[in-house]
Design a protein around this ligand. Structure first.
Ligand code: FAD
Length: 495
């Protein structure tokens, strides 16, 4: 392979554009061309992020916050409200609820969370109290910590296109037709216009079509259907009326899957992710509309398969985004995984002084593949332990879901309970969700464990005082509507 001085990105969805922009910002000496098809367009879904997104956009890419907010009109997300398991609901935040022990307490937080787990950290308490951020001086929102966004996909793509163009990415519209396979991956890419394009490294960001890594190179696909059974989604929504603007995504158990609620300022977006083995499309649409009678647009059906390509980097081709792999958006991880892929790719190129050896590509494939598999296994936890409904789908999930590489972690939890020491049983470190993610799901769903803990009266008193303090701080917080008004005020300054 030649030294990498140029890249060609095939695809102008969020994956292609974020990749192009990250290259321009982190490796400005590399020239970047991007080609996308106006006839095919973008998938147009994918609107929840994780806390990796603001960190990457503001700290790594250095995008100005005022411009970002103005152009994409995001709302904030402090985590996910799961209407899941035996509790009425529980919150999964981007902070630390379970991987910590409060001062003066004998055990980690999870041991005290049987009755109420809604006040374990500030983000959860804010969500519980209908607030987005804690309140700072003059009642202004303290927009900091581990928060994420809801952003309409088309707005994000339009904004990224503008920034890419301004950052020196050469963007063209054309439809890819074919490429010759060579010893080193692919040769020239041939387009509908007759143009032939090439570069030292070609990024396949063509979404589910996976034009290069899948269709041209025929890299095998690792199916995730041993742990994830859903394969379709109905998507619809309605214009926001007087509903409160929640600072969280809702994930609600449905008969044969689950339903998201994503909060935009003017629009509420719902999507029923289901398994076509357990419900047909018409029945799923019926359940979706029955439970969401306000849906006012024509619901749209999206089909998907969960899994990843065995190798994302083959020769001179690297797949990113949906072209590399896909899992349902239960944790809205797709953009975070994309950012992980791009940053590792750049890290490898830098370390290899832009001339990557096969061993470096192998290592990249191992790291990225492992991350995909961890996401699969983390989502499997959501399915295996959700006891909320006894429908055929959920019974099947409880009986048949494989926890993959994370079965051992569950066994250690069953023995010890929600103790941070269970980290010993995580198969790989570092990992994406940390022990925090697994404990949040297990305690949230009240999954039984052998060792329980009886706190003394003093400890209970101290715990209750902690809870009250958290509730008081959250209750004084700022709701999303007011926080949006604050950042639009002429007196607001991001610095
Ligand atoms: C139901 C559902 C819900 C989701 N929810 C979330 C979520 O909440 N959070 C999240 O992070 N992600 C979510 N995702 C994933 C989301 O789709 C991706 O995060 C994101 O949009 C990246 O898409 P992409 O750029 O890989 O693909 P796309 O948006 O499909 O872009 C593909 C690009 O390739 C171009 N292209 C394809 N073929 C050709 C060709 N032959 N010639 C030229 N150009 C071509 C297209 O024109 C387009 O520009 C969800 C996905 C689904 C299906």
């Amino acid at each position: 392979m030649k030294r990498v001085k140029s890249i060609l990105v095939l695809g102008g969805g969020s994956a292609g554009l974020i990749t192009a922009l990250t290259f321009r910002r982190m490796l400005p000496e590399v020239s970047v061309k991007l080609v996308h098809s106006p006839d095919i367009g973008v998938i147009g879904v994918g609107e929840g992020t994780t806390a990796v997104f603001p960190e990457h956009f503001f700290k790594v890419l250095g995008l100005p916050k005022d411009e970002f907010y103005r152009e994409t009109s995001p709302t904030w997300k402090q985590g996910i409200k799961f209407v899941w398991g035996p509790r009425d609901h529980f919150f999964y935040t981007f902070d630390f609820q379970y991987d910590q022990k409060r001062q003066g307490m004998g055990m980690a937080n999870g041991f005290y969370a049987d009755d109420d787990c809604g006040l374990l950290d500030l983000p959860a308490a804010l969500m519980q109290c209908g607030k987005a951020f804690a309140s700072g001086p003059l009642g202004k929102p303290l927009i900091n910590g581990q928060y994420a966004f809801h952003i309409e996909n088309k707005r994000l793509v339009a904004y990224l296109e503008k920034i890419c163009a301004a950052s020196g990415v050469a963007i063209s519209e054309d439809t890819f037709v074919e490429a010759e396979r060579t010893e080193n991956g692919v040769g020239d890419l041939v387009f509908q216009s007759g143009a032939r394009r090439s570069a030292d490294l070609v990024i396949d960001a063509s979404g589910f079509r996976s034009e290069l890594i899948g269709r041209t190179l025929g890299v095998s696909f690792k199916d995730f259907s041993t742990g994830l059974f859903c394969d379709r989604a109905w998507i619809g929504g309605w214009t926001r009326g007087d509903e409160p603007l929640h600072a969280y995504t809702t994930a609600e158990t449905m008969d044969s899957g689950w339903c998201w609620q994503i909060e935009h300022e003017d629009w509420i977006n719902r999507g029923y992710v289901y398994s076509s083995r357990f419900i047909n499309d018409d029945e799923a649409l019926g359940e979706f509309l029955r439970k969401n009678p306000k849906v006012s647009n024509e619901p749209r059906l999206v089909r998907f398969r969960s899994g990843r390509h065995d190798s994302g980097w083959v020769g001179n081709v690297v797949a990113v985004g949906n072209s590399s792999g896909f899992v349902e958006p239960l944790e809205a991880t797709a953009l975070a995984q994309l950012i992980y892929e791009v940053r590792w790719l750049i890290e490898v190129l830098r370390t290899e002084q832009m001339d990557p050896a096969q061993s470096a590509k192998d290592r990249y494939n191992e790291i990225v593949g492992r991350a995909w598999d961890e996401i699969r296994d983390f989502l499997a936890y959501h399915y295996r332990f959700n006891t909320r409904l006894d429908t055929p789908f959920w019974k099947h999930c409880r009986n048949e879901t494989s926890l993959g590489d994370y079965e051992g972690f569950y066994q250690e939890y069953r023995r010890l309970g929600p103790a941070p020491e269970t980290i010993r049983a995580l198969p790989y470190k570092p990992n994406i969700y940390g022990i925090e993610g697994y404990l949040a799901m297990l305690v949230g769903m009240k999954v039984p464990h052998e060792r329980t803990y009886q706190p003394g009266a003093g400890e209970i008193d101290l715990w209750n005082r902690h809870q009250r303090a958290m509730r008081t701080r959250a209750a004084a917080g700022v709701p999303s509507e007011k926080a949006l008004a604050a950042i639009r005020s002429p007196h607001w300054s991001w610095s």
